[in-house]
Design a protein around this ligand. Structure first.
Ligand code: ADP
Ligand code: MG
Length: 485
């Protein structure tokens, strides 16, 4: 392709070069990753074959280096030629001394900057947080980490819902205190795997570094210990104990809200650990910005590291989680039953597991084999206690079964007539029967926007009015959906 000729007719500046890079990158990474890692980047300078991009944090820089250096190198080379170079400008956020952005030069070919000894590590540039006088392992007592061995990475199924948090956690476990993910704050609503992930990180650190002192503590326990310490006048011991950790994991810090004294003591422990490059891992049931009655100085410290959220798992992940659990427990259930459970319980992994356990318990109590019938009865009982809202996944499944289409096809972008109609019906029923927004429904049905969903609903309504056969199909589908509720 006559690339040069084509580009001489256009203005070449940092923005156009970066836009071209983004086009190529967009084709090579999934949309969520593109949004997370590449959209926030700004191109700031283009000088003699060197493009400077501004990344929002050291964390993003490290992540790009670790995961996308190959792609970036290729892209830069394509846009700027073999001599092309990429330079990062990182907006400082992790240290109060350094207000100005600093830059790290990275060759866009050859070794990645992080591994190149001539390029200083960002941590060193940002003002010597490391303290050479602290000798690790000194005066460590043997403490029990309080980690639950089942909550390992191995048992934590990966899905889109937890990919970022899981990878960040894994990265922390390879280099506790040595990445910019400090603190690592994992947040998400109840039953989505925060506690499991927090333990997994602790376990992995213990495997990698048996001499490191790791402690998992639920925030309530931390609070009670502190209250006792105040009573017994042993506050100093309390603080010293926690300051001795190499890795401190505190679960459910939302319980610290409104507890000023606990926050105060935690603040001091936090600072001590952080200054000494000890790893802090926190979990919370909401994003830190939504924490009411939490001191600003703590909230601002949470921003020093990475906040990663856990989301509701999709159908595929829910099935994988059930399979994993069955495998660990040595149980076998048919695909039909597994799928039924996964379709019925959609937004809490603890409940998903609970349903599986109760089906198994019921079958062994009554000495009956596990049939779909039994599963349905149990789930009905189980789900009645929680509020049962039919899910988009469920509707799609029924529509697909009805038209004998694979689910992937419905979720794909194909415009084949019969698929388009099935997809429109799935959208129509989702709008009618769930509380989901139009754009959420669109996202579930092949990444369409809200206008497409609206159009689908209108089309279906029109057809119901004009096409008898179609009307009968809709009624049939409606019956099937009702039956399985
Ligand atoms: P949270 O702390 O967010 O309320 P938990 O970590 O206690 O949630 O998780 C609830 C249950 O779901 C646990 O038994 C956990 O093992 C399981 N679980 C959560 N996420 C996964 C996953 N990705 N793979 C397998 N099991 C999971
Ligand atoms: Mg928990």
């Amino acid at each position: 392709m006559p690339k040069e000729k084509e580009s001489t007719s256009k203005i070449i500046n940092e923005t156009t070069v970066w836009e071209n890079c983004l086009k190529l990158i967009r084709d090579n990474v999934n949309p969520q990753n593109f949004k997370t890692w590449f959209e926030p980047i700004k191109a700031v300078k283009l000088e003699q074959n060197t493009l400077t991009i501004e990344v929002p944090s050291q964390f993003v820089y490290e992540w790009l280096e670790e995961h996308y250096i190959g792609l970036l190198r290729k892209t830069i080379k394509r846009e700027l030629g073999a001599e092309g170079r990429l330079e990062y400008s990182i907006l400082m956020e992790t240290s109060s001394q350094a207000e100005k952005p600093y830059t790290v030069k990275l060759p866009a070919k050859g070794n990645s900057g992080l591994k190149n000894p001539s390029v200083p590590m960002p941590q060193q540039i940002s003002g010597g947080i490391r303290n050479p006088f602290i000798i690790p392992g000194l005066k460590k007592i043997d403490i029990d980490s309080q980690l639950i061995s089942n909550y390992s990475f191995e048992n934590l199924v990966e899905g889109d819902c937890n990919r970022l948090a899981r990878s960040a956690g894994f990265a922390v476990a390879q280099k506790p205190g040595g990445t910019s993910f400090n603190p690592l704050l994992i947040y998400g609503s109840v039953g989505l795997g925060k506690t499991h992930l927090a333990h997994a990180i602790g376990i992995e650190i213990k495997n990698n570094f048996p001499n490191k002192t790791v402690l998992y503590v639920p925030s309530e326990k931390f609070m009670h210990q502190f209250v006792d310490a105040v009573k017994n006048n042993s506050q100093n011991d309390f603080v010293h104990f926690y300051q001795m950790m190499d890795v401190l994991i505190i679960d459910d810090i939302q319980f610290f809200t409104g507890k000023e004294k606990t926050q105060d003591v935690f603040f001091h422990i936090f600072n001590h650990l952080h200054q000494n490059n000890k790893q802090i891992i926190l979990t919370c049931d909401k994003p830190p910005v939504d924490l009411q009655n939490m001191e600003q100085r703590l909230l601002s410290r949470f921003k020093w590291g990475l906040s990663a959220d856990l989301q509701v798992p999709d159908l595929e992940t829910r099935i994988a989680i059930l399979r994993k659990k069955m495998y660990v427990d040595g149980i076998e259930l048919s695909n039909e039953i597994t799928e039924y459970i996964a379709l019925s319980i959609t937004n809490n992994i603890r409940e998903l597991e609970g349903a599986l356990v109760s089906i198994i318990a019921q079958s062994s109590l009554n000495k009956k084999p596990i049939t779909l019938e039994l599963a349905k009865q149990m789930i009905d009982k189980f789900v009645k206690n929680t509020v049962h809202e039919i899910s988009i996944d469920y509707i799609q499944k029924i529509v697909c079964d009805y038209f004998e289409l694979p689910l992937e096809v419905l979720k794909s972008k194909t415009r084949k007539r019969e698929v388009v109609q099935a997809r429109q019906l799935a959208m129509y029923f989702s709008k009618q029967l769930t509380k989901s927004s139009l754009s959420n429904i669109g996202m579930h049905c092949g990444g369409k926007d809200h206008a497409t969903v609206l159009h689908a609903c209108r089309t279906v309504n029109n057809l119901i009015d004009t096409d008898k056969k179609f009307k009968a199909q809709v009624a049939d589908l409606q019956k099937r959906i009702n039956l399985s509720r």
